[in-house]
Ligand binder design. Structure first.
Ligand code: GLY
Length: 573
């Protein structure tokens, strides 16, 4: 008995000593494990479809395309073929590729298209957020078609990637509590557009949790895409239907705009944080640049010993974020239309210079946080999914129709919800957009241009040069914060991918000058300390984006994680 008591006392002592020096970890379920492959997406059906494609010999790119098409059906608020996005690929042979299939402004769009005769932003129909004029030319199918032909395995037919999505659209799927309620929640604007009202609101009879939701128009569109390839969307019957509906409703997208859309290969952006290589998305996303800028600014500080989400760490992070977002507003845009000094902005010496005035006990007011001096010598809503295949190819893809349900317009007869990505341009340079972001002339509206994005698909490499984890998020500019803090959580605080994604986070985007925070995400005493440094806070708490990601263990096991802030499922085998 005495021996047992002594053993128990020794256990308690050891445990209490361990708890002193072990890093504090966020409580979270274990990531989902798969020995060979993994898909993490925001709907179980889409993840299962991706896994099936890989079981049949498809690679991560093939699987990602099938997942993306399926999400257009089962996750209509953000999954899409009427929007655009970015696909970041790292193949097992070490080569990385970034496919830019961001929407493009129609040719007829110009700088002041969303400003009325009084110089005010147009609200509602005709503006950059709601209705026919809010849409950029969608890029999703061009991007998927390009990725399939250039980076796919060649072992799976295009038709087989489209078929699962088409079948679910035709036969229907059971609506979750969340999706049924979300549709009703968005009825205000959806009801104004006849096809959106018919398809998503059941003509005012509203769908309920458990109803089987069928989308025959979308199934027919996917059927044509299955038969004719991605070009169907740009030159086929689908293109004609979209252009006709635009013409009848004072929209701007023409058949010629659709025909001229091209997906582009971009050189992935590379940087590092504490010796770990980061591969991320270059412009027209701002996400990769802002991510690397903030990580560069943090690198000089011992973030680990500050403690996760301590006032000291949150203050440092906020100040770095404020400065990077000030640069975003001034210096970033579509690189084909405006000069973007990516190497300078992501230079570590530039980060040191930016942080020169950092005060560990005092916040800089955003009005005093100007964009940096680049003359030094060279020295709302979206969805993300991540796929890792048996060979180790990693695909991390974020695509979007911008706000939930995009422009709320379903192009007549197609079942395709169109984006409101025109709001990601500076609709009125110097004034806030849907996400409160203030942006400059480099991101003004121009025909053929792609709006600046915050989507940040990212891959972090181990020091031995193998992929460690890949992730991305939905949530407008908050995407960047979610990705940044998840990267910091893994590297500085030793969290696993699920813990890193679930941990409470904050967001600061320069303007408005306030820290956005999450319910139960910040203790009152931390908040008081930050307030004493001069920080102000958003009026109400709210989720800071939601992420999905996959980590590859040292033993090769794939570990999938879906943010507890949203639904979805990681599925592996
Ligand atoms: N539409 C959100 C983004 O691209 O950042």
């Amino acid at each position: 008995m005495k021996v047992r008591i002594r053993m128990f006392a020794a256990f308690l002592l050891t445990f209490s000593m361990l708890s002193v020096w072990l890093p504090v970890r966020a409580a979270a379920p274990e990531p989902v494990r798969g020995k060979h492959a993994m898909v993490a997406s925001q709907h179980e059906l889409a993840s299962r479809i991706g896994v099936e494609i890989m079981r049949k010999g498809g690679n991560a790119v093939d699987a990602a395309i099938a997942v993306g098409l399926a999400l257009a059906v089962v996750y209509p608020e953000a999954g899409n073929i009427g929007g655009g996005g970015f696909m970041l690929i790292r193949r097992a042979d070490g080569k990385a590729f970034a496919v830019d299939y961001r929407e493009m402004a129609p040719k007829a769009a110009g700088r002041d298209i969303f400003i009325n005769k009084d110089g005010e932003l147009i609200k509602g129909e005709g503006g950059s957020q709601i209705g026919y004029r809010a849409s950029g030319v969608p890029g999703t199918l061009a991007g998927f078609d390009h990725a399939f032909k250039k980076y796919g395995s060649g072992k799976i037919k295009w038709a087989d990637l489209v078929d699962p999505a088409r079948r679910i659209a035709a036969n229907g799927y059971v609506l979750s509590y969340r999706l049924a309620n979300l549709l009703v929640g968005y009825k205000g604007h959806l009801a104004k557009y006849p096809d959106s009202n018919r398809i998503f609101l059941n003509n005012g009879n509203y769908y309920k949790e458990g109803d089987v939701f069928k989308q025959p128009d979308l199934a027919a569109t996917l059927g044509r895409i299955q038969k004719n390839g991605g070009q169907e969307f740009y030159t086929g019957e689908t293109a004609r239907m979209i252009a006709d509906d635009m013409k009848a409703n004072n929209g701007l997208i023409t058949l010629e705009d659709l025909k001229n859309y091209v997906a582009k290969d971009r050189e992935p952006l590379r940087g590092s944080y504490r010796g770990y290589e980061i591969i991320t998305m270059p412009p027209p996303s701002s996400g990769g640049i802002v991510l690397l800028q903030v990580l560069n600014m943090l690198e000089a500080f011992d973030v680990r010993s500050m403690g996760h989400n301590s006032a000291a760490e949150l203050h440092l992070y906020t100040e770095a974020s404020r400065l990077a977002f000030a640069d975003r507003a001034e210096y970033m845009g579509d690189p084909d239309y405006a000069s973007v000094e990516t190497p300078l902005l992501t230079n570590k010496a530039y980060a040191t210079k930016r942080m020169a005035g950092f005060d560990p006990k005092k916040a800089l007011a955003s009005k005093d946080a100007r964009p940096g001096d680049l003359t030094m010598s060279e020295g709302t809503e979206t969805t993300h999914f991540t796929v890792v295949d048996p060979d180790g190819t990693v695909v991390t893809n974020t695509y979007t129709i911008n706000d939930l349900y995009g422009s709320r317009v379903t192009a007549k007869g197609t079942g395709v919800l169109l984006n409101d990505e025109m709001d990601d341009f500076a609709a009125r340079p110097g004034k806030p957009n849907l996400f409160g972001l203030v942006q400059g002339e480099r991101n003004k509206v121009e025909g053929g241009k792609r709006p600046l994005s915050s989507m940040t698909p990212t891959i972090v490499m181990r020091k031995d040069g193998t992929p460690w984890f890949a992730l991305g998020a939905r949530g407008g500019p908050r995407i960047i914060s979610a990705v940044m803090q998840s990267v910091i959580n893994v590297i500085d605080f030793d969290m696993n991918i699920q813990q890193a994604i679930d941990a409470p986070r904050i967001h600061h985007q320069w303007l408005p000058d306030e820290i956005s925070f999450e319910q139960f995400g910040m203790s009152p005493d931390t908040r008081n300390i930050l307030a004493s440094f001069g920080h102000t806070f958003a009026e109400k708490p709210g989720n800071i984006a939601s992420a999905t990601g996959i980590m590859i263990g040292k033993d090769g096991v794939r570990l999938g994680a879906i943010d507890s802030r949203s639904d979805g499922m990681a599925v592996g085998y």
